[in-house]
Design a binder for this molecule. Structure first.
Ligand SMILES: [Zn+2]
Ligand SMILES: [Zn+2]
Ligand SMILES: [Zn+2]
Length: 136
């Protein structure tokens, strides 16, 4: 069986980079670079905030992590459970996220692009709100 794509480049990374990837992998939802940095410090791993930022941006560019823009403009990062195209329901309070998808949405994107003569169309769609725990 094939390994998930992106594995090889993680293996090549430095120890610091691996620490960042680990911290991201153990997070339940989206995290800011600052939050991940704090998480690493608490676990006794010395990784500078600048390294955390750089690593996250590299991983995002390589498509190995998902990035969202919070209402504040801050970037939120998450290592997704799947490489397949999907969307997220994200709690704006605690950052917890659920990976969701809907064939009707994908079909609508294709139809709309075709109707306007567009090709090579990509899209990003995130559903932001309050999770059950943060409601009420
Ligand atoms: Zn995801
Ligand atoms: Zn929440
Ligand atoms: Zn989609």
């Amino acid at each position: 069986m094939d390994e998930p794509k992106g594995r090889a480049s993680w293996r090549r990374g430095t120890r610091q980079r691996e620490s960042v990837v680990d911290a991201l992998g153990s997070a339940r939802g989206f995290r800011t670079a600052q939050q991940l940095h704090g998480q690493l410090e608490r676990s006794g791993r010395k990784v500078g905030l600048a390294t955390v930022y750089r690593t996250l941006n590299e991983l995002a560019e390589a498509g190995e992590v998902d990035v969202l823009r919070a209402a504040s403009g801050e970037a939120l990062f998450r290592r997704c459970a799947t490489d397949d195209h999907h969307h997220h329901l994200v709690c704006k309070e605690c950052g917890v996220s659920v990976e969701v998808g809907d064939r009707a949405v994908e079909a609508w994107v294709g139809r709309t692009a075709r109707r306007h003569g567009f090709t090579d169309v990509t899209h990003a769609l995130e559903l932001i709100g309050l999770c059950r725990d943060c409601t009420g």
